[in-house]
Design a protein around this ligand. Sequence first.
Ligand code: HEC
Length: 177
Amino acid sequence: MSTRKSPALLIVVPLVLLASALFAQAPKLGKPISAADLSDWDINILPDGTGLPPGGGTPVDGARVYAAKCAVCHGPEGKGGANARLVGGEPIKNFESEKTIANFWPYSTTLFDYIRRAMPYRQPRSLTNEEVYALTAYILSLNKLIGEHDTMNAQTLPKVRMPNRDGFIVRFPDKTP
Ligand code: HEC
């Protein structure tokens, strides 16, 4: 019998060693994640406002944040920029129609969720809750869906009725506000 080592072993042994080293560093699968660790990611806002954090903001505060962090892409006062217009929009006629906050979005609370989660485009999750409430108030006010001095917070925001609120077929009617 030959005493020469099989060339296959020369490959397999280091691979097994490498794999066990990697597994040693892997998270302990099966361990429940703590509420504290989850809270950073658990940021869904439901249509009825469930999940909205404490705090609030007005259109005036929002205008200031908007000018500094949003106008460069969305244009002054929410239109005329390189990216989506946030104000106005023609009524939807067909698939090609531009869908906007004013003519399409059914729930005001989605605006808070979307801005907090995704904007500014290059620094998502960088805004404070106060800034997000203020920006939400500013955009709703530019769309004339709230007054110029209305404060948006966890109580007032869910009460703002969007123009296209009834434009969707609701799959689970008793689960929506
Ligand atoms: C670097 C560019 C950039 C900046 C800055 C930016 N956005 Fe956006 N925003 C986008 C892009 C890209 C989209 C995706 C829609 C599109 O334009 O195609 C978007 C989409 C949105 C939408 C959804 C619009 C819709 O009808 O679908 C909202 C609301 C919004 N942005 C708000 C903001 C707010 C508020 C800020 C400031 C905190 C901000 N954005 C800053 C690029 C930007």
